[in-house]
Structure formats: structure tokens, C-alpha cells
Design a protein around this ligand. Structure first.
Ligand SMILES: Nc1ncnc2c1ncn2[C@@H]1O[C@H](COP(=O)(O)OP(=O)(O)O)[C@@H](O)[C@H]1O
Ligand SMILES: [Mg+2]
Length: 266
């Protein structure tokens, strides 16, 4: 009898927990004493005004920034001293606030870059068509097509980014981020620059990505989108965690309302 091995059986779902996380650059305290936990199987929103520290928080999670204080755990494993490559190998993946597809590569090739961290031959040898790279390149292309199919954009696999509208490009970026079957997926403002139809497509994609094996954290300014798709929301303001709760709780939280109406005293 055949047995199937999936990533999830090898690496069981685990929450991402942050305790007492603080980050500063010189005298600028960007994140202050952040405590929060993000559960697999849910969509978690991270919202807050510009400069609140949302992208910096993602950078701390992926290892790009080194917080001066605090711990970050995936399940029971402390990861705060693991460098970015090691965190990628553990299953951390992200999309960026600004479109970051390589214009010289097709959509499928762009998504295959997302498989780099798991590649044995390495993407360079695969692209140079070295012998050990050929089989791997074929396998990676299949996985890339699988990710594009999941996001409903497989038909553009062999097109170049310059030919495609922003909504499709955004889905391609997310396909690249999920191609390696991450355990932690961080999306930084996925709806930025999208029209209302594209935002609706994105919202459906996010709901489809929700999975018991995945910690999914979304930074977003589009409140309709966040309130619609999120199970739980954390609000950052001035580097501090202002509130956490369900969309219904966050919408009526007086402090959150005050921050979003922009009348907070500085
Ligand atoms: N590499 C850096 N060096 C110095 N300051 C930074 C750096 N990255 C972020 N910051 C500062 O951290 C604060 C939060 O920025 P950011 O995390 O980008 O906020 P958000 O994503 O919520 O808009 C800003 O004041 C920004 O200038
Ligand atoms: Mg940001």
C-alpha cells in the first residue's frame, strides 16, 4: 500500500508566539513590548496607521531585523537567533509591500524562485540547465503551476509580468510565497494598488488559503477586506499593540476607533 508524505505530517501545525518583542533604530522605538500569538487555521490581520511598525514586525519574524528584546517561537521552538535562511527553511514565507517580480522571468519562473530554499541543485544550476538541475527544474515547474492553479492564475504561467494587470501580479506574488508549502505566511498589504474587483478576487484567495497547517498573518489597510476575511485582528499604533480581538470587537473598540478617526493626541 502506498503511503503519502506531506509537509504537514513532517511538521505539525504550530502557533507563532511573540513575547516582549522590542525593536529600535537608534533612538527610534519602532516596536515596544509586543506580546501576541497567531494560531494556525485562522486568518490573522495586523492593522495600524502608516509607521505603526507593521512591516518592521514582519521583518523581525523573518529575521531581517534583529529585535533588541523578546522571543519568537514557532510551537515550542525558539527562532529569534535563527538567521533568515534558517527561518525560510523552517517554513517562513512572505510577500512584500511593493511588487517584486523579476521582469526578465516568466510568471512560472518567478514562482519557481520561491522554491529556491528547498532546491538541492539550487536555482542557478537549474536555470543554467546543468544535468542535476533538469529533473529538479521540471519538478519545480510542476509545483509552481500547482501554486498558480490554486490561486486561479495558471493561464498566465508563460507570460511576462509587464503584460499583466496589478491584481494578477499580486496573485502571482502570493503563488510564489505559497509554492514551497510554508507553515507561516506573511502578506504585507496584498490589496495595495488593486481595484475593487481585484480586491474581491484577493479576498476569495485568502479565504481559500486558510488551512489547519498554516499560520497566516496579513497586514492590510483595506478595512473591508480585513473585517471580511480575518478571524482575529491585532492593532498596532506607534509601535505598541493597541488592541486584539475578533473583527466585531475591533470595530467597536473605542481606542481603535479614535486612532482611525485620526484625532489621537500626539
Ligand atoms: N531599517 C530601518 N532603519 C531605521 N528606521 C526604520 C527602519 N525600518 C523601519 N524603520 C522605522 O520604523 C517605523 C515603522 O515603520 P514600518 O514598520 O515600515 O511601519 P508600517 O509598515 O506600519 O507603515 C518608522 O518610523 C520607520 O521609519
Ligand atoms: Mg509597511
Amino acid at each position: 500500500m502506498m503511503t503519502t508524505t506531506t509537509t504537514s505530517t513532517l511538521t505539525p501545525a504550530a502557533p507563532l508566539t511573540v513575547n516582549h518583542l522590542s525593536l529600535s533604530f537608534g533612538g527610534n522605538r519602532v516596536l515596544q513590548d509586543i506580546d501576541l500569538s497567531v494560531q494556525p487555521g485562522e486568518i490573522t490581520g495586523l492593522i495600524g496607521p502608516n509607521g505603526a511598525g507593521k512591516t518592521s514586525f514582519f521583518n523581525c519574524l523573518t529575521g531581517l531585523y534583529s529585535p533588541q528584546e523578546g522571543s519568537i517561537c514557532l510551537g515550542l521552538q525558539h527562532i529569534e537567533r535563527i538567521p533568515p535562511t534558517g527561518r525560510a527553511a523552517l517554513g517562513f514565507s512572505r510577500s512584500f509591500q511593493h511588487v517584486a517580480l523579476c521582469p526578465e522571468l516568466t510568471v512560472a519562473e518567478n514562482v519557481m524562485i520561491g522554491l529556491d530554499r528547498q532546491s538541492h541543485a539550487g536555482w542557478l544550476s537549474a536555470f543554467l540547465a546543468l544535468p542535476q538541475g533538469n529533473a529538479e527544474r521540471a519538478a519545480n515547474r510542476e509545483r509552481a503551476l500547482g501554486a498558480l492553479t490554486r490561486l486561479g492564475v495558471a493561464e498566465v504561467a508563460d507570460e511576462y509580468p509587464a503584460q499583466l494587470p496589478p491584481g494578477v501580479l499580486r496573485l502571482v506574488e502570493i503563488a510564489r510565497a505559497i509554492a514551497g508549502q510554508p507553515r507561516v505566511l506573511l502578506l504585507d498589504e496584498p490589496a495595495a494598488g488593486l481595484n475593487s474587483v481585484e480586491t474581491r478576487d484577493l479576498s476569495n484567495v485568502l479565504l481559500k488559503l486558510r488551512s489547519p497547517d498554516l499560520v497566516l498573518l496579513v497586514v492590510e489597510h483595506d478595512m473591508d477586506l480585513i473585517m471580511e476575511v480575518c478571524d482575529r485582528i491585532h492593532v498596532l499604533n506607534g509601535g505598541r499593540l493597541l488592541a486584539s480581538g475578533t473583527p466585531a470587537q475591533i470595530q467597536v473598540n473605542p481606542e481603535v476607533v479614535r486612532v482611525y478617526l485620526g484625532d489621537e493626541d500626539e
